[in-house]
Design a protein. Structure first.
Lengths: 247, 403
């Protein structure tokens, strides 16, 4: 394919597990500063799609281009270094380390063995940690052991760890699962703030939440795209109502 | 006294200093040279245990083949010493004078080419570090890049231990076979069998061990140390934060291997021989027990673990030779079940809170000097308090300590 302005371009992406096609010839384009929400019934391949983009699962066919650079053959850490950050479904933080350390480790410097040995937590790092903790609302919890945070705070911490890396593409897998109503509101505000200068892909089931944050919605079903467009359009699509939203 | 308590509870280096006092003051003042030489031998296992704290405690990588690296370091040193002991003058009754005696017995008539460089001390000292590190790098690269870990990695290290010991025993003419390399006499003309040499070697071993602990402490406090803890906890998160996880594992495996190599070399110097009985599966597992008993999160604790288990081994194997292996097994199972963080864990959860509590109500105060000795003597007697805040620890406090 030729070069495009899209941040992320997936074309004919396919992955099969023992003949079962979890993702089947999927094509998807993501624009700069776009917040895309992917919805769909269980087993539609949403998480698998994120796994493919971040390199956790290898595609069988098709291409993944990030800023016109092919990603599908790169190692996971190279994909991260290219600017793709991914949050896992369950909070994936270092429970035994403090909030500060969790963020410090995520700072994108000293990523080699000897770089890590020589790494100094200087002013730039501390300032970034301060601004990120202010963003995720954990400023007064810097020294708290991450394992002691509430579920919602853990989710925010993981988002914060990704923000430390200033990724150009941020992928979140069900960020508000298990959160209280208040926490959901705060998360929606957080996502609105942080998508200002980056593209995002969010997987979510909560339709109220999706309405609030989505620029565009993609509905997946059986490894394929069923519908795509603004929320109102997708919501009224009879096929979507049929397989996912219900009557 | 109160100051001392404060310091023991809060200072990061307290445990290391107390250990240094035990090694450099208490042991030499209370033991005769025969026993001191034994302690020196145990301390060489301390290097292995310290390496295992980094590898297993911090990195979460259990290697059951550390004896391989201990053996390689030991053999490098033993080869140098053996060549020096095999000068043509003292081997003139052999059919080929000037080569090690076991080669002569195996009808070998010329020194193998790969033995030649070991005539030189600088090369040997380098080899003590580099040979184990290179093997660790090869094994580590092959395993960690393919994401082999956990039990599978442990089994493979066992296989490596078995392979190396079989190789050494099989290649009798080149390695001395099952007897190993024996009758080591001098190092650059300095007789290592005399009492004064044993004293000096003991202190050199102790000094190197303290230095090794400090180096490991620096690594632990760097971002690399934090990353090791993070990897143990959530490997995928580290990987998806832009780190090549395998490289960090390879590094810590090589670091542990180099420490083993130093231990092995000091062992060969102090004991005067090296044999495949320190390479195989059983000694490798014993080494893991040292670290487990001492506390796998504590550098200092691991050294006490090595000392204690070896004291026990010497004592029990003299008194109840048939029972020793069972006792050892019981010790390992008991420690793992009852106090998984070893002696250091016990210190952290029982002794340290007490010390901390007493800070508020100062007790009677003997002179500082006396207190110090008493403190370290107690450490030695009970081995129940492998002191030191930074040394020990539930991983949480380690993480926070440096924040």
């Amino acid at each position: 394919m030729s070069n495009t302005d899209f941040v992320l371009a997936l074309e004919d992406l396919t992955v099969s597990f023992d003949g079962f096609k979890a993702i089947d010839k999927l094509t998807l384009y993501l624009e700069k500063n776009e917040l895309r929400v992917i919805i769909g019934p269980n087993g539609a391949g949403k998480t698998t799609l994120l796994d493919l983009i971040c390199g956790k699962t290898r595609s069988s066919d098709g291409s993944i281009k990030f800023k016109n650079q092919e990603m599908s053959k790169l190692a996971e850490h190279q994909i991260v270094r290219a600017g793709i950050g991914r949050k896992f479904q369950t909070p994936s933080i270092y429970e035994n380390l403090s909030v500060f350390k969790n963020l410090e480790v995520s700072f994108p410097r000293g990523r080699g063995v000897f770089g890590a040995l020589a790494f100094k937590c200087d002013k730039a790092v501390k300032e970034r940690i301060e601004s990120v903790t202010a963003e995720i609302g954990l400023s007064d919890q810097l020294e708290t052991e991450a394992g002691l945070l509430s579920h919602g705070q853990k989710q925010w911490l993981e988002i914060g760890m990704l923000l430390m890396q200033e990724p150009e593409l941020l992928m979140l897998d069900e960020p508000i699962a298990g959160m209280s109503v208040r926490e959901r509101e705060l998360t929606a505000e957080l996502l609105e703030r942080i998508c200002k200068n980056r593209s995002m892909i969010v997987i979510e089931h909560d339709m109220e939440f999706v309405k609030k944050i989505a620029h565009k919605v993609t509905v997946m079903h059986q490894g394929k795209i069923l519908a795509e467009g603004p929320m109102e359009k997708v919501q009224n699509d009879p096929r979507v109502i049929d397989v996912y939203l219900g009557h | 006294m109160q100051k001392l308590r404060n310091w023991l509870v809060t200072s990061d280096l307290a445990g290391v200093i107390v250990l240094a006092l035990v090694i450099f003051a208490v042991m030499p003042l209370t033991l005769d040279i025969f026993r001191l030489n034994l302690v020196g031998k145990y301390l060489t296992y301390g290097f292995v245990a310290v390496g295992l704290v980094m590898l297993w405690g911090y990195g979460g990588i259990l290697s059951l083949g550390q004896g391989v690296f201990f053996g390689l370091g030991g053999y490098c040193m033993a080869m140098f010493l053996k060549l020096e002991a095999s000068d043509p003058e003292s081997t003139r009754i052999q059919s080929t004078p000037g080569i090690p005696d076991f080669m002569d017995w195996n009808q070998i008539t010329a020194l193998p080419l790969w033995w030649e460089p070991f005539r030189h001390l600088p090369f040997t000292l380098l080899a003590v570090l580099v040979v184990p590190a290179v093997l660790a790098f090869i094994v580590g690269f092959a395993m960690f890049k393919r994401r082999v870990g956990g039990v599978y990695f442990a089994i493979i290290t066992q296989a490596v231990a078995l392979i190396l010991s079989v190789l050494i025993i099989g290649q009798q003419g080149y390695t001395g076979g099952v007897n190993g390399i024996t009758d080591l006499k001098t190092m650059l003309g300095w007789d290592i069998r005399t009492d004064s040499a044993k004293y000096i070697l003991y202190f050199v071993t102790g000094g190197l061990l303290i230095a090794a602990i400090l180096v490991c402490r620096i690594v632990q406090r760097s971002k690399l140390g934090t990353l090791l803890l993070a990897m143990r906890d959530k490997e995928d998160r580290v990987r998806f934060s832009g780190y090549d996880v395998a490289n960090f594992k390879i590094f810590v495996f090589c670091l542990a291997a180099m420490l083993c190599g130093v231990g092995g070399a000091m062992f060969a110097l102090q004991v005067g021989f090296m044999s495949p009985s320190f390479v195989g599966i059983v000694p490798s597992i014993e080494m893991v027990i040292f670290a487990a008993v001492g506390g796998r999160m504590s550098l200092v604790g691991a050294v006490y673990g090595a000392l204690l288990v070896n004291f026990g081994k010497t004592y029990f194997s003299e008194t109840f030779p048939e029972l020793w292996l069972f006792l050892m097994a019981a010790l390992f199972i008991g420690v793992t079940l009852a106090f998984p963080n070893g002696l250091a864990g016990l210190y952290e959860s029982y002794v340290k809170p007490r010390l901390a509590r007493k800070r508020e109500t100062p007790a009677k105060s003997p002179p500082l000097q006396g207190a110090l000795i008493a403190e370290s003597a107690a450490t030695q007697r009970t081995v129940g308090r492998p002191a030191g805040s930074g040394t020990a620890a539930p991983s949480g406090s380690v993480g926070n300590a440096t924040a």
